[in-house]
Design a protein around this ligand. Sequence first.
Ligand code: HEM
Length: 352
Amino acid sequence: MTDEMSIKPVPSPMQKFAFFIRSITFATKMASRHPIWVIVAIAFVTTLGWGSASAQLSTNFYSKSCPNVLSTVKSVVQSAVSKERRMGASLLRLFFHDCFVNGCDGSILLDDTSSFQGEKTAGPNNNSVRGFNVIDKIKSKVESACPGVVSCADIVAIAARDSVVLLGGPRWEVKLGRRDAKTASLSLANSGVVPPPSSTLANLISRFKAQGLSTRDMVALSGSHTIGQARCVSFRARIYNDSNIDSSFSKTRQANCPLTVGSGDNKLAPLDLQSPTAFNNAYFKNLISSKGLLHSDQELFNGGSTDSLVKTYSTNSKTFNSDFASAMIKMGDIKPLTGSKGEIRKVCSKVN
Ligand code: HEM
């Protein structure tokens, strides 16, 4: 992965103290020359400065305020995934769909209210995104240990990482400190920010670019389709209309996904035909043999600019794993609410 992971340091108590002393010295000098309101204004602005410096995500955000948060999340994810391995895939996707609609702010978790329509019923999510019960269960455990401290947005980020690890994928340190949105947007969720499975390569590239993610990040993150399932409605057009598809593969998939729109729409097929509950690089091998399930999947290996990267990932799982982990960290950095923005929800499906 060529992109850097930049983690801005949170100032240590010593650094804060040194800053305080410098500020006092500066203010004393100013006081000899300027009226008091100038000093007050300077103090206010510098305090705000610290506010934004500490408003960065950090891996140790809850180390004092909720030291057991990571083990609590992990234990709930572990029991959910041991009951149903697909749940790991669903929790990973939940994080993607949260982050791509106005940032990683837990907005996807909100139910409709009288003042807004939430994202749960948006096209990409309706009858499709899963895992809300697992998130609610984690939240209630975390709330009893550390009430009002850990955001739902962070819980989704941790659960996604734990899911990938449990299914055999790479591990990364999750940056934390996101706060929860007080609203959600059905219209934004429906606007195409989450690209549809009919997407061309150009659309995939531009949708990820709009979120600050490179083409390389996009290809690596698409490797998520090494786990989980899709509904017939998402791949019907591909298995009946596309020509860049292995013919025995399309026949197999057609057997459980009727041509007629509206019949069998919710029938499921694995995104990775080889190992749908193991996080590995088989997804990329499938693309090379024209066995991508979604039209958008096969776009990554269809004679275009991403072919060579697909080949690299198909033969080098170390490169895939490390690019995937870096890209997940970048995705988790999309427009977080920090500082005093948003809130820490008590229940993930409702604003406080
Ligand atoms: C590149 C653009 C992407 C497109 C067009 C896309 C599209 C889709 C579609 C259509 C499904 C099946 C939904 C259904 O039929 O119910 C799906 C499933 C899934 N997607 Fe994506 N996706 C993309 C990127 C991602 C990313 C970036 C991630 C995670 C970081 C992800 C993770 C998943 C997972 C794990 C599943 C299976 C979920 C389950 O079994 O519950 N996808 N995706």
